[in-house]
Structures are given as C-alpha cells and as structure tokens.
Design a protein around this ligand. Structure first.
Ligand code: MG
Length: 245
C-alpha cells in the first residue's frame, strides 16, 4: 500500500504515470493483476482426460490395456493433441482422419472438465479485494472457450485471451498483453502470472515483465526453475499474491 500511495503522489507531481514507471519497477511495486493459465492450473485436465479415455475405450470396445496406453500417452510430456491422435489412429487402425478424431475430443472435453477445488471461490476472493483477474491459455478456440464457459470461469474473471482466437501463443508476450487489456489494464505496471507450464507460462510471463508462480504438477521433475515462487496448487498461489499486497 505504501508503494501505491507513493506512485499516486508521484503521478500527481509529474503529471503523467509513464514518467514514474521505471522507478515503480525498480522498487518492486506491481499492480493487482493476476493472470492464470487454464489447463492444469485452474481446471483439472488430467481427470477430464481419464474420463474421456474411459468413454473412448467403451465406445470402441477396447480393453483395459488400451485405456492404460491412452493415459500413458497423455502423461508422457502432454503431447500436442494432433500428434496424440495421429498415434491413436495408428494404434487402433481407425478409419476417421486425425482431424475428425481431434474435433470429437474438443467437442466432448468442455463437458468433462471441472475446476480444481477452491478455484472459483479463490478467484472471487481476489476480485472482491480489488484484483483484476484474467486467463491466458493456449489451445483451439472451440475447446478452450467451451471449457471456460462450461466451468463458469468465463464469468468468474475480468477477461481472457485464447491463442486459437487471437492468433498468438504463449510464451509470446502478445497473448499476455491481450489478457491484460481484457482486464482493463496493460502490462506496463506489472502483475502476476500463475501457471504449470515452465516455458509457456513462466518463461513467457517473465519476458512479459510479470512476477511468476509455478504450479509444479510434476511434469518436469528436477527442472531448474527461475519462477519467483513454486507451489503445489492454486490456493497457495492466491495466498502468495494476496500476502504481497
Ligand atoms: Mg497448463
């Protein structure tokens, strides 16, 4: 709060906010902007994927070893879905083109995903205490927008930016900037980014000038990281941001 007061006074003296931004940055003051990744940060994609794999296995009369194979393929570094469905098509000698299999997955997933426990309440709490809250996510427009709407997240944040809509992907700064703008601000006064992907979320956000909280879900064991904080889940991330302001 001291920093906020200082910046407001300085802005009044200098007549323009832009003149004091380097000083704010230097002394560490950042605005209350909290950006979040979507998949495996706010929503439990792994549980949803297992539900989808169960359905897929039943519909195609596959066996338990096939179900285990599907889950293992997903767990191995979370391959791009186009690559994943290329492997699925080959393994089960499916007639449908990869694009059709993938499109079916994208139609179904919004109905299977849920937020991790406490996410909606945590975001509401941030917004109630003066934070702007946004989502920055890579993915196809139909799938990501469907997930945002079905989980209630679309109405629980100030704005969101989906790579498949905007034509730019994390870790590029542009997608973070779009999300900040949708929240009624910009990246010039900093903010926070919370995500599970070490490159897209953490490195991308650092390049964009944001403070970072990495949710370590075990995808990169032993990874040497440069995130400002490392947490096991979203509640811990929200507590850190709240405590720093
Ligand atoms: Mg993620």
């Amino acid at each position: 709060m001291i920093l906020k007061t200082f910046s407001e006074v300085s802005a009044g003296i200098l007549g323009q906010t832009v003149a004091i931004q380097p000083l704010i940055s230097k002394i560490g003051g950042v605005q209350r902007l909290a950006l979040f990744d979507l998949d495996r940060t706010l929503i439990d994609l792994d549980t949803a994927f297992r539900r989808w794999a169960n359905e897929f296995t039943e519909q195609r009369h596959l066996g338990p070893e096939d179900l285990a194979w599907l889950v293992s393929q997903d767990r191995d570094a979370h391959p791009h879905r186009e690559a994943f469905f290329t492997r699925v098509r080959e393994r089960f000698a499916l007639a449908e083109p990869v694009e059709e299999l993938w499109a079916g997955y994208r139609r179904r997933m919004p109905h299977l995903v849920q937020c991790y426990p406490g996410v909606l309440a945590g975001l509401a709490e941030l917004r109630a205490t003066g934070w702007r809250v946004g989502i920055v996510t890579n993915g196809m427009a139909d799938n990501q927008l469907g997930k945002l709407r079905r989980t209630g997240l679309a109405d629980a944040v100030d704005g969101y930016a989906v790579s498949g809509v905007e034509g730019i992907r994390k870790p590029e700064t542009g997608l973070f900037e779009v999300a900040a703008q949708r929240c009624g601000t910009n990246l010039a006064e900093g903010g926070w980014m919370v995500g599970d992907n070490f490159i897209a979320d953490i490195q991308g956000a650092q390049t964009a000038g944001l403070r970072t909280i990495w949710i370590d879900r075990g995808t990169w064991p032993g990874q040497k990281h440069q995130a400002d904080h490392v947490v096991a889940g979203i509640a811990e991330a929200i507590a850190i941001m709240r405590d720093r302001h």
